[in-house]
Write a protein that binds this ligand. Structure first.
Ligand SMILES: Nc1nc2c(ncn2[C@@H]2O[C@H](COP(=O)(O)OP(=O)(O)OP(=O)(O)O)[C@@H](O)[C@H]2O)c(=O)[nH]1
Ligand SMILES: [Mg+2]
Length: 459
């Protein structure tokens, strides 16, 4: 077959009209070109549409992310505003509460004690402690313990209110509430044990009765330690005040010297915290306020030599009480130990005739931490008693129960404010009453009976 025949045959196969002349062939070619162009344009349009859609999707995603970010920012700002408002309201409440307490204290201080004024005018010494004095002391204690009481009462009462009978679930929730109120785990378990015993001993069934029972157990814990007075009559006394820095040593010494002075005692202070000049100045201010003598050396001098001079001055001036302030820094325990040992040695050697009392000052706002501080200082010195400060500023006063229960060191004084009169001799019964105020008459009887029974059982 000739070449043209083959070609024509194939064209025929493809149903293309056979060109019958050159012009037709040209037309066919043009048609092919047109179709190609059309296909190219269609492809171009398809790609353009695809790109447009992709761009549209990208823009939509961008808009969605921007909206998401805007909403998140809006939520963040709203949360920030809410927290700021909460903080503002809490601060306002704190200031209002502070003002209320300050007003209360001022009212008490401004109330003229007519009896005392008449007695003084007549040259009669005021009676040692009147019923009114006692009531004022209790009121101060009651007011100082407000935060702790609210903390304990709110949680205990909300548990008691939510039960109609005394059962395991109640015990469990009460246990949790006491732990949350800073009683400490060990002490809480002890209290719960005692509570179960009392419930079965008195056949208690009403959850409300548990409040009286709790108060009984708490005051029993608080009174378990024998509390001896910090000073003895007829002999010279030395009080060594120790504790971590900021606990309230210097302030408590200032308040204590004022009390002792007003009881007619001759007091000398020894500024044995020579760690920084401000500590010496602070004690000097308290000495001026209480009008008592102070022995001080320069900043950085040997604390034991201040105590040595303090003893010499106390002897020479026939002082009843020498109170030694000490540094509380614990960064270097070995140094602290050596320093306290050296001071104790000087006191033993130079003042053997004196009654010695080592008091540890604990900041109640540190809660359970106070217990580890006692443990630490007991390694260094024989601790005779505790001054527990700042009970007024904390909700963690419940820690005192744990301290008494586990430390075998009696609490002797408590600080319920920054004023000169805000250091109180610790009265465990008053403390328990101020912590769990119960308006009772018959219950009081039960309370007293229970105290006696527990005391009997412990003997
Ligand atoms: N609210 C309140 N504040 C107290 C009480 N006792 C002490 N403070 C305050 O606690 C702060 C520290 O008291 P200081 O007496 O300087 O403590 P310190 O243990 O001597 O401290 P260092 O000398 O640094 O070791 C002071 O601002 C006192 O006013 C208290 O019972 N209640
Ligand atoms: Mg101090």
């Amino acid at each position: 077959m000739s070449f043209f025949k083959k070609l024509f045959g194939r064209i025929k196969d493809k149903d293309i009209k056979e060109p019958n002349n050159i012009e037709e062939t040209q037309q066919n070619n043009a048609e092919i070109e047109r179709q190609k162009e059309e296909a190219r344009l269609a492809e171009e349009a398809r790609l353009a549409e695809e790109a447009r859609l992709a761009e549209e999707a990208r823009l939509a995603e961008e808009a969605r992310l921007a909206e998401e970010a805007r909403l998140a920012e809006e939520a963040r700002l709203a949360e920030e505003a809410r927290l700021a408002e909460e903080a503002r309201m809490a601060e306002e409440a704190r200031i209002a509460e502070e003002a209320r307490l300050a007003e209360l204290v001022k009212e008490q201080e401004d109330t003229p004690n007519v009896d005392e004024e008449i007695q003084q005018a007549e040259g009669v010494e005021p009676a040692e402690t009147t019923q009114e004095d006692k009531e004022n002391v209790f009121r101060r204690l009651f007011s100082g313990l407000t935060k702790t009481r609210n903390n304990i009462l709110n949680s205990v009462e909300s548990v008691l209110r939510s039960f109609h009978k005394i059962d395991e679930d109640l015990y469990e929730e009460l246990e949790e509430a006491l732990i949350m109120s800073d009683f400490g785990v060990e002490t809480t378990l002890y209290i719960m044990d005692e509570l179960r015993k009392m419930v079965s001993m008195h056949k208690l069934t009403d959850p409300e009765d548990l409040k009286v029972a709790l108060q009984t157990i708490i005051s029993t814990i608080l009174t378990a330690q024998e509390v001896t007075p910090i000073i003895q009559e007829g002999v010279p006394n030395v009080i060594l005040v120790i504790g971590v820095n900021g606990a309230g040593k210097t302030t408590s010494i200032g308040k204590l010297s004022n009390q002792l002075k007003s009881q007619g005692k001759k007091v000398v202070l020894a500024a044995a915290d020579t760690f920084r000049a401000a500590a010496i100045e602070q004690l000097q201010i308290w000495a001026n306020r209480s009008e008592v003598d102070i022995i001080k050396h320069a900043e950085g001098s040997d604390p034991a030599s201040v105590v040595y001079d303090g003893i010499a001055a106390a002897k020479a001036r026939k002082a009843d009480v020498l109170i030694c302030d000490t540094a509380g820094r614990l960064q270097n325990k070995t140094n602290l130990m050596k320093e306290l040992e050296k001071i104790s040695r000087i006191i033993e050697r130079e003042y053997p005739e004196a009654h010695k009392e080592v008091l540890i000052v604990l900041d109640s706002t540190t809660g359970q931490n106070a217990i580890s501080q006692v443990k630490l200082f007991k390694e260094v010195a024989k601790v005779d008693g505790i001054i527990l400060t700042k009970l007024d500023g904390t909700a963690k006063g419940g820690a005192i129960i744990g301290i008494c229960q586990s430390m075998q060191v009696p609490v002797k004084y408590i600080g319920v404010g920054e004023k000169i009169n805000d250091l109180q001799v610790f009265d465990p019964y008053d403390f328990a009453d101020a912590l769990f105020p119960i308006d009772f008459s018959e219950d009081e009887l039960l309370l007293e009976q229970s105290r006696a029974e527990i005391a009997d059982a412990q003997q």
